[in-house]
Write a protein that binds this ligand. Structure first.
Ligand SMILES: [Zn+2]
Length: 406
């Protein structure tokens, strides 16, 4: 008689392993999005059988990723909710800016922000010195984290495009002008923890679609406007990065029909050259030098915050410059809307702080230039997540990797 070989073949084992990993990720993702759920509700939400759900939940409880939720009647064992265990890990998310700042957050595994971080360093520092400064910020954060929550991963959002699978900064323009810098490797060697690096335009977008102004929308464009400019394109929760990780490089979109100020890329009339923070400050200085009266002429260290404060207090120069900037942003939005047909456009980054000064003109100019029969008519909103949104976005990426959600 022939004996049937009942040993599972290698491909079959691999399929089962992949399936199990996929189902674990589905459970974690569902709990991340909906909060703690009893097992039978979790089975219903994921579409997995109750038996499979229960088995996988037991595995995730034993490895610490999940915990039974607190404040539940101990008699209701079957209905006791399980959720992502907040103390499984802490993650640091850092944003590197072009003007010499590292700002960030520490979040726990449930995504709660435990603290914020801010450190200054040289805006022209090279890759090694920048990795040193990032590692120092991580160490400061680690010292402040409570001991029962281990720091397990770090994310860095940078103002330039990134090959995220390799953690290599493809191009980081303006003050640093980096090409092909392996920032992830440089940082991991210093901190001994897994790191992930991505373009902050994308991480700010992720924050908006998960926790912010785009969480109800399927097709979202998120413009990051600050000392650097970029845009994230999100479709059903995924960020589109293009063939070379540069989709959304709207800093160099031409918004001045002819001529215009010179951009750092060498061209004229790019969005960065007229709507970035450096462009706004330059316009204010030009105005003062030309003799326009403004209280900002008395300010030695001119910043975006000072310009916004002056505009709110009635300074005509600041108001005029911001009105012009809003027009260029509206024009850029109209162009992007025609190409990508979103149902929501979000203005994020430091300029989102100027919502009350910019929103009506941005909206008016965008609507004027958008084809009137384009459907859906996209909502145009300003971020309300604040200055740490990009750092929260990269922390979420690092956390997803750590938990096994992605
Ligand atoms: Zn340019």
């Amino acid at each position: 008689m022939f004996e049937l070989d009942r040993r599972p073949s290698a491909p079959r084992r691999r399929i089962l392993t992949d399936l199990s990993r996929h189902n674990r990720a589905l459970i974690l993702q569902t709990l991340r999005e909906r909060g703690p759920l009893p097992r039978h509700e979790l089975a219903g939400a994921t579409g997995l059988s109750k038996a499979a759900t229960s088995t996988l939940v037991d595995v995730l409880l034993s490895d610490g990723r999940l915990a039974e939720a607190a404040n539940i009647d101990p008699a209701r064992v079957r209905g006791r909710p399980v959720g992502i265990n907040p103390t499984f890990a802490a993650v640091v998310g850092l944003e590197l800016t072009n003007d010499g700042l590292i700002r960030g957050v520490v979040v726990n595994a449930a995504g709660d922000v435990l603290q914020t971080i801010e450190a200054g360093f040289s805006a022209t520092a090279g890759p090694e010195a920048t990795a040193d400064a990032l590692a120092a910020a991580v160490r400061v954060a680690a010292e402040r984290i409570e001991s029962e929550t281990p720091l397990r991963a770090v994310g860095v959002a940078v103002p330039g495009t990134v090959d995220v699978t390799e953690g290599v900064v493809d191009w980081l323009p303006t003050t640093r002008n980096w090409f092909d810098v392996p920032l992830q490797t440089l940082l991991e060697a210093r901190i001994g923890l897994p790191a992930v690096v991505d373009w902050r335009a994308y991480t700010a977008t992720l924050a908006e679609i998960r926790f912010g102004a785009g969480r109800e929308d399927t097709h979202v464009l998120c413009l990051y406007l600050g000392e650097g400019i970029g845009m994230g394109i999100a479709e059903h929760g995924a960020i589109l990065s293009g063939a070379g990780n540069q989709a959304g490089s709207i800093a160099h979109l031409q918004v001045v029909s002819s001529g215009g100020p010179r951009c750092h890329c060498g061209m004229q009339g790019c969005l960065w050259a007229v709507a970035s923070t450096p462009a706004i400050l330059r316009r204010i200085r030009d105005g003062i030098e030309a003799g326009v009266l403004s209280p900002l002429s008395q300010v030695s260290d001119l910043t975006l915050a000072a310009v916004l404060e002056a505009a709110r207090a009635g300074d005509r120069l600041s108001q005029d410059v911001l009105e012009e900037v809003a027009g260029y942003i509206g024009l850029a939005i109209a162009t992007c809307v025609h190409v990508l047909n979103p149902n929501a456009v979000i203005v994020a980054g430091p300029l989102a702080e100027a919502a009350s000064l910019l929103h009506s003109t941005v909206e008016r100019v965008a609507r004027h230039h958008i084809f009137p029969w384009l459907r859906p008519v996209p909502a145009i909103r300003f971020s309300q997540l604040g200055i740490h949104a990009a750092a929260c976005g990269i922390a979420a990426v690092a956390l997803d990797r750590l938990l096994g959600v992605t």
